[in-house]
Design a protein around this ligand. Structure first.
Ligand code: SF4
Length: 336
């Protein structure tokens, strides 16, 4: 039984004044019109039918920047959720927004509307990457607002992107370290995709931007992933998921889109662990102890890790055990 579930409500920002190079918000959300409060209530009620018995239910306002819409509209949406919270049916609210769309006044509105988590699209904590990506905010904006959010008692989420214009694996690693230092409780790692009708499409077509391959995206994302794991920052998502808006159809022009990107990344993590096994001679058998929830990654996407090991050992056995019985696990991860 799942311990918690999220009811997503997409609120596209109909007139976002910004022009981040990677974003075509209508394509990302797949919807251009904000739902009415009646529609939001209906979305929640429909999800509740299928989520019976789950101890923690959260409503998440995703899409554009929630705090970019008029305050009265934010309050109207939050008021829809209030009765569910007061009756103990919904337990928390999450919103996502831009770092420069938060003020003390807005935080007060969110607080009184029972919002628990504020997720900021930080994307990078490198000034040049932010500038080249047309984000329209600075590193300092992210840092200042992260402090405010923490000081007001919200849970802070900081999303990052890898492979933006000007980004390098080192800058992505630095961004992850800063996200941890800023006290984020959760994060998402999104490798950059080239989407139709964006400025990144123009840069890509002119040759001024080269899209990451999947292997490169893993290289950019692996250190951030391991740093977050080690620091206990919850990694909500790695890679864009089809449920977030589009499949690899006409909208997606280039970039490391893969429905199982997280699996590929964790396959690489375990591959690097297994490559370190020191075994000069071909041995008969090896038994590999792995936390049970990591088993599919230890075996690898398409059993690639198992096949690699079978070239060195006649028999390869995996012994899945509960993570608590595997105290070396996080240390092993940090060795990579
Ligand atoms: S990613 Fe940038 S352009 Fe897209 S909705 Fe957010 S702020 Fe606006």
């Amino acid at each position: 039984m799942k311990q918690r579930a999220t009811i997503p409500v997409f609120i596209p920002e109909e007139a976002c004044p910004h022009r981040c190079v990677f974003c075509n918000q209508h394509h990302i959300t797949g919807k251009a019109k904000a739902p009415s409060t009646a529609q939001v209530k209906k979305i929640i009620e429909e999800h509740l039918v299928t989520l019976k018995g789950i101890p923690h239910l959260e409503v998440a306002f995703f899409g554009g920047s929630f705090t970019g819409i008029p305050i009265s509209q934010q309050q109207e949406y939050l008021e829809v959720v209030r009765p569910f919270i007061e009756r103990g049916i919904i337990h928390s609210i999450r919103i996502s927004t831009r770092p420069d769309y938060i003020t003390k006044e807005i935080l007060a509105v969110l607080k009184s509307g029972h919002v628990r988590t504020i997720e900021l699209g930080a994307q990078s904590l490198d000034e040049e990457v932010l500038r080249l990506s047309g984000r329209g905010h600075s590193v300092e904006d992210v840092e200042n607002v992260a402090l405010m959010i923490n000081a007001h008692g919200f849970d802070l989420g900081l999303q990052m992107m890898t492979g933006l214009p000007g980004d390098t694996p080192q800058k992505s690693e630095y961004t992850a370290k800063r996200i941890i230092d800023l006290g984020a409780k959760n994060t998402r790692i999104y490798p950059t995709l080239v989407v139709k009708d964006t400025d990144l499409e123009i840069l890509w077509r002119s040759g001024d931007y080269e899209a990451l391959t999947i292997a490169q995206a893993i290289e950019f994302s692996i250190k951030p992933y391991l740093l977050f794991e080690e620091a206990g920052v919850e990694i909500i998502r790695v890679g864009l998921h089809p449920s977030e808006g589009f499949l690899s159809g006409d909208d997606l022009l280039a970039g490391p889109f893969h429905v199982a990107f997280r699996e590929l990344l964790l396959t690489e993590v375990w591959k690097r662990i297994y490559q370190k096994i020191d075994c000069p001679e071909k041995k008969n058998a090896i038994t590999l102890v792995v936390p049970e929830e990591e088993l599919q990654f230890a075996v690898g996407h398409g059993a690639s890790n198992k096949k690699m090991l079978q070239n060195r050992f006649r028999y390869v056995n995996y012994l899945p055990i509960k993570r608590l019985e595997f105290p070396g696990c996080s240390q092993v991860f940090s060795l990579i």
